[in-house]
Design a protein around this ligand. Structure first.
Ligand SMILES: O=C(O)c1cc(=O)[nH]c(=O)n1[C@@H]1O[C@H](COP(=O)(O)O)[C@@H](O)[C@H]1O
Length: 233
């Protein structure tokens, strides 16, 4: 079975609510993303529970620390049986290389992805950080460093996907949040694309939260999104 393109973001503070949603979905059509909130509340046991239900789990903890600490954290994540983990590219080349080496030594080898610049970062917030390049150039620089460090890809906005595929090659995986099916509420996301547009732009995995988790019928919403991308697979 090939990896599902849709990763449902489980942003809940209630484990039973999250599990009730998971029961309605199917690993045939989606993977699940567990982030800092759920991991802090419910820990590794929750992650293992999802893995045991045969879901591809993206453990989205965005590690950013000294190389040795990040390497150990990635190894611990891999040992939970997850399918994808991530680090911050701004932690630097050595940190990413050590993370890669640590995962290669594990029995389970999750995909290793880096965050370039968060999609919540606008030009103003970016300029306050004092970088000399503009935001797009900084994203490109970090993506290329991620590629050189041997990682599998980056989290980015779908608006950056086309450029990053050209710069980093077709095998470099792009994981894109900010996805909104036609007609659904934008919420706090600003630079959005529909699932089909994002895949066409070069995205490999679509991170989708509220359009599925807050839908009256989450399974139907997942099926509708899945149907909308069939011709782009
Ligand atoms: O790392 C992420 O997943 C992420 C990075 C980013 O730059 N922007 C972003 O929205 N996300 C996550 O993607 C998910 C999007 O959820 P919805 O906006 O509800 O579809 C949330 O879990 C966000 O935390």
């Amino acid at each position: 079975m090939s990896d599902p393109k849709i990763l449902v973001a489980l942003d809940y503070n209630d484990k039973n609510q999250a599990l009730a949603l998971v029961e309605q979905l199917t690993p045939k059509l989606c993977g699940l993303k567990v982030g800092k909130e759920m991991f802090t509340l419910f820990g590794p046991e929750f992650v293992k529970e999802l893995v045991a239900k045969d879901y591809n789990v993206f453990l989205d903890l965005k590690f950013h620390d000294i190389p040795n600490t990040v390497a150990k954290a990635c190894q611990a994540a891999a040992d939970l049986g997850v399918w994808m983990v991530n680090v911050h590219a701004s932690g630097g080349r050595v940190m990413m290389e050590k993370a890669r080496e640590a995962i290669q030594k594990c029995d389970n080898k999750p995909m290793l992805i880096a965050v370039t610049m968060l999609t919540s970062m606008d030009e103003h917030a970016f300029s306050e950080l004092g970088y000399e390049r503009d935001l797009a150039a900084q994203v490109s620089l970090l993506a290329k460093m991620t590629l050189d460090s041997g990682l599998d890809g980056v989290v980015c906005s779908s608006w950056e996907a086309e450029r990053l595929k050209q710069e980093c090659g077709s095998q470099f995986r792009l994981v894109t949040p900010g996805i909104r099916p036609e007609g659904s509420d934008k919420g706090d996301q600003s630079r959005i694309m529909t699932p089909a547009e994002a895949l066409k732009a070069g995205s490999d995995f679509l991170v989708i939260g509220r359009p599925i988790t807050k839908a009256d019928d989450p399974y139907q919403s997942l099926c509708d999104i899945s149907d909308s991308i069939v011709s782009h697979l």
